[in-house]
Unconditional design. Structure first.
Length: 128
């Protein structure tokens, strides 16, 4: 292995390792957020009962439970589900994109140099 190919290999492995660490950190954060969202759901009938059972000190209005709109229901009830899903998707597809770009770059180098291809085992044994 030449020094330049060794450097490229180390850089490629470092990029893949960094991407894996970021992906793992995102997965852990998503899991923590989803369990926190499940624990923090609001029981609206219980809230209504508490407001009705409270002695009235003045003019009071009961708060009706919100209608389940497809866009606002998660924000109204406080269930921020899948907040990290877009970031996780970008990280996954971005990592695959980097691997693909690295493969295209390596293939382009082989195509431009026109050296005959040798299996990896032959290359490794010849450098020993």
């Amino acid at each position: 292995m030449t020094d330049s190919s060794r450097k490229k290999l180390i850089i490629g492995l470092a990029v893949m390792l960094a991407g894996g660490i970021v992906l793992l950190a995102t997965a852990i954060h998503v899991q923590a957020m989803s369990t926190a969202a499940q624990a923090g759901t609001v029981n609206w009938p219980l809230v209504e009962e508490a407001l009705i059972a409270r002695p009235a000190t003045g003019p009071a209005a009961t708060i009706p439970p919100p209608k389940q709109e497809p866009c606002l229901s998660c924000h109204i009830t406080g269930e921020n589900k899948n907040l990290w899903t877009p970031l996780a998707r970008w990280l996954v597809f971005g990592t695959f994109g980097l691997v693909f770009a690295f493969g295209v770059y390596r293939s382009a180098l082989v195509w431009t140099q026109r050296k005959p291809w040798k299996p990896l085992t032959v290359v490794l044994c010849s450098n020993l």
